[in-house]
Design a protein around this ligand. Structure first.
Ligand SMILES: [Zn+2]
Length: 340
């Protein structure tokens, strides 16, 4: 049997047009009937085997022979080789690739990238987090916060409680800061910004006016969100995924927007239930450590819950409160957990 092709001597890209003639035991590479080289069939290596590519032969001395006909297949294929080719042609293999590729993309985008983002936040310089926090604080203030109408003495008293807790927990006062605002939008609520600012509404202070320890429990819960960097984590995750998407689809201009705009994304999304549980358990542990009772935390949740089932005149407050409670694990679950 004769096969026309190109013969490449060892480590050379200069080829010779040759004919390979195959016998039972040997293969001869000939040029004008002159035998250039002879190899035993048992010493051959088959290289390519890809559909649409020529079946390349390589010899033990490093030289190669490539048939001119790309569809030509040598009669002495190895098993391994056939499996490869069968896979190439298999509809199932193609189907699997079609399904697995998007799945892989999805995993990379929504699982791997956010996971990497979470690990990388520890290396974020504090001034980046600071900017992120101040930026979203400015936006939230504009949209939903008004100046506090609480008497100064009342504010000072709560600030003192807050500072005492920080001292006892060895937390940095220049990072953890408490601000009071009146907010029709948030109603009785408190939230923590990534860089350490905690906002508490007049409505919440008034609701818990007779339960100072319950108010401390709420503050500890918010401190827990900051200690565990929950908002930084959420922001980093959504920013990282958006940036990867922008790179994939070539929308590089969008990246600047993402980097600047996602600061407030945690405020829109809210924390995950796991994060809420983490903040709850921080609050419970620290209450105990500071000599208060985890019942204070349960009282806080109970009061919040009760206020939203009370009179109709507070309907507006109710709606806001429902919003507050909806992002948190079920109130009863949290009360039970604290009372345990
Ligand atoms: Zn929370």
């Amino acid at each position: 049997m004769h096969v026309k092709g190109h013969y490449f001597p060892k480590a050379s890209s200069n080829y010779q047009e040759c004919v390979a003639s195959i016998s039972d035991t040997h293969i001869d590479i000939k040029h004008d009937e002159y035998i250039i080289t002879r190899h035993a069939i048992t010493e051959l290596n088959l290289n390519s085997g890809m559909a649409g590519l020529a079946d390349e032969l390589s010899f033990t001395d490093g030289s190669r022979f490539i048939p001119l006909d790309v569809n030509y297949r040598w009669p002495f294929k190895s098993n391994n080789h056939q499996i490869m080719e069968r896979l190439e042609k298999s509809k199932w293999a193609i189907l699997a690739a079609v399904i697995l590729t998007p799945l892989f993309m999805w995993l990379a985008l929504y699982k791997a990238v956010p996971a990497i983002a979470v690990y990388s936040i520890d290396t974020l310089p504090h001034n980046v987090i600071n900017q992120m926090g101040e930026q979203s604080f400015t936006v939230i203030k504009k949209l939903a916060l008004d100046d506090s109408e609480l008497p100064v003495e009342q504010q000072t008293k709560i600030q003192q409680h807050f500072n005492t807790m920080l001292e006892q927990l060895s937390l940095d006062k220049s990072i953890y800061r408490l601000s009071f605002y009146k907010s029709e939008h948030f109603g009785a609520n408190a939230f923590a910004l990534p860089h350490g600012r905690i906002v508490i509404t007049d409505e919440l202070v008034n609701l818990l006016v007779d339960q100072p320890n319950a108010l401390k429990a709420v503050l500890l819960h918010e401190i827990g969100h900051i200690v565990h960097q929950h908002s930084v984590r959420i922001t980093a995750q959504s920013a990282a995924s958006t940036i990867v998407l922008a790179v994939i689809f070539g929308d590089l201009e969008g990246i600047a927007e993402v980097a600047l705009g996602t600061g407030a994304s945690f405020a829109q999304q809210g924390f995950s239930r796991d994060m809420e549980r983490e903040a709850d358990s921080f609050a419970l542990t620290q209450l105990e450590y500071l000599g208060y009772s985890s019942n204070d935390f349960a009282d806080a949740i109970e009061t919040l819950q009760y206020s939203h089932t009370s009179e109709n005149e507070h309907l507006k407050k109710v709606n806001n409160l429902l919003e507050y409670l909806s992002s948190h694990p079920s109130a009863q679950e949290r009360i039970d957990n604290a009372r345990e």
